[in-house]
Design a binder for this molecule. Sequence first.
Ligand SMILES: [Mg+2]
Length: 264
Amino acid sequence: MHINENPLKDVKLFVLDMDGSVYLGDRPIEGAFDFIRRVEADPLRDYIFFTNNASRVPSVYVEKLGKMGLNVGEEKIVTAGDVTAHYLKEHYHGKRVYLNGTALLKENWKSRGIELVEDDPDVAVQSFDTSLTYDKLDRICRYVRKGVPFLATHMDINCPTEGGFMPDCGAMCALITSSTGVEPKYLGKPCRETVDMLEAVTGIEARDMAFVGDRIYTDVATGVKHGAKGFLVLTGESTMQTVEQSEVRPTAVFESLGEMAEFL
Ligand SMILES: [Mg+2]
């Protein structure tokens, strides 16, 4: 950190990435929970977790964080799947939705009153579907080719795991685009709709939010491109070299959330 003014000064809501920022695999990153507890103790500030991983739902993260010793409610966790559900309610209210997603995501959307159909949809959505089959790909391609609006929960090409990368939603969309010539409308980080949705659910304006994470082109970009702040932490995928090579300029760079805690 090489700046004079405290960059955390006016932040009312910290939107925290999880993997690579709060934990790595099943292990909390040193100082991360300390940061969260300091924010919790500050009556003028709040935080929320945000992940692009729409293959899971908030209850899964509540359990994961709980096992690491951090007890939070489901309302503290938002995923790209939630942003997409919010977008569908705003723009395709009452419409028939075809979704390539996990059983968890399907169940979650049904419980919000979204009508999921297999045939004759009004809108087609690709997510990080770890149960994807050829039949599902064939179906979504047929709908998209016919002109059905095509949405995607997030644009990540690969999902990092302890054993290496897994093909993520963006890679699945690349196949659909290759077959149909149609690009999806992406949601999740770094898209504007993520900021809009968080403003709607928290009542906090973008200029009072800081997006915090280890990926400059998703976490940091969401903030700096849409009127919020973007803080990079160097506990995951990025290094100072990443910062030098990126056109996205973080508001500030910290070694970790633990270092950020010193500025609260
Ligand atoms: Mg991350």
